[in-house]
Design a protein around this ligand. Structure first.
Ligand code: PBG
Length: 323
């Protein structure tokens, strides 16, 4: 055959494939989400997330040391709290002596240079298991902002580098920016969960934190998975309100949304490779149904190729070992 174009020429050897490779993963792309719990020397595996543990603060500090040695420089913290600490208004979220803020201070103290990202949302502290204040079965928007503001300010005071509002209330990015600035925290960044969908893929995370909603679902605040144009509205608002990063969540089933935001905004785009995405690959690998390591690298690569320059992933440590 007389073919002028033979794309296979650029795939004929490992060296050539390497040279023409368009996307490369780096350990600096990753943020590792970690689960903390009360107690000392406690380590409890999340049943639906093999290899991922809730850790008490002492063990978490050791874990962070291991990750830092592998080159991971950024961590996103989530608290698992007993029901006894939860209430309607998530007051534990800004208790300076509570687990979460104590842990931030301890990490900051031992690792002053790493990025500590925090979660700004009521659900781990809410007796209703929702991201906002509940009244008569409804999630109240504006009163919730006040709680989020107190939470974010307390996190900034404790040493957070980036606050991550994951709640999807309207106006929260602008509100948090104002509260942080008034508190003197101009340098604390906001990574907004700009397009966060009401997804089935959060199941294992809710197991990890025991934070599932006590009634109903999150569809009045998280986005409908059927929508992409709406993601542009959410991202535009967060941009105008001062977000420093725009996040898409989940990642694997939402690569088109990652690309859409990357094409339309000049802020760094983050993607959250969520708990259910991790669990699917782990479960299939345990059954011998697919090669877990290759499936992991391929999905992380795809998320980056789609346009995410920051990837929050439970695979961070495993991937860092490979890279
Ligand atoms: C809630 C929150 C969720 C996740 C991060 N923050 C779940 C939810 O909205 O119920 C999910 C992360 C994951 O699945 O890995 N504020």
């Amino acid at each position: 055959m007389n073919l002028i174009r033979r794309p296979r020429r650029n795939r004929q050897s490992a060296v050539i494939r390497d040279m023409v490779q368009e996307t490369r993963l780096s350990v600096t792309d990753f943020i590792l989400p970690v689960f903390i719990m009360e107690g000392q020397n406690v380590r409890s595996e999340v049943a639906s997330m093999p290899g991922i543990h809730r850790l008490s603060m002492d063990l978490l500090l050791d874990e962070i040391q291991e990750c830092v040695d592998l080159g991971i420089q950024a961590f996103d913290l989530f608290p698992n709290l007993p029901e006894s600490r939860k209430d309607k208004y998530a007051t534990e979220s800004y208790n300076p002596d509570g687990l979460y803020l104590q842990t931030i201070r301890a990490i900051k103290d031992r690792f002053p240079d790493i990025i500590i990202m925090t979660d700004v949302a009521m659900d781990p502290y809410s007796s209703d298991g929702h991201d906002g204040i509940v009244e008569n079965g409804k999630i109240l928007n504006d009163p919730t902002l006040e709680v989020l503001g107190k939470m974010a300010l307390a996190q900034a005071q404790a040493g957070a580098t980036i606050v991550g509002p994951s709640d999807m209330m309207d106006g929260r990015v602008g509100y948090l920016r104002q509260v942080l600035d008034e508190g003197g925290f101009h340098e604390v960044a906001i990574m907004s969960y700009a397009a966060k969908y009401a997804s089935a893929f959060y199941g294992p995370f809710r197991d990890a934190l025991n934070s599932a909603p006590k009634f109903g679902d999150k569809k009045t605040y998280q986005m409908n998975p059927a929508n992409s144009r709406e993601a542009l509205i959410e991202a535009q608002l967060d941009f105008e309100e001062g977000a420093d990063f725009l996040m898409v969540k989940p990642a694997m089933a939402y690569l088109d949304i990652i690309k859409l935001l990357n094409d339309n905004f000049h802020l760094p785009i983050a993607a959250y490779n969520v708990s259910g995405e991790y669990a699917m690959i782990k479960a299939a690998a345990q059954k011998g149904w697919l090669d877990g390591e290759r499936a992991m690298v391929e999905s992380l690569m795809a998320i980056k190729r789609a346009g995410a320059n920051v990837i929050l992933t439970y695979f961070a440590k495993e991937a860092a070992r490979l890279l």
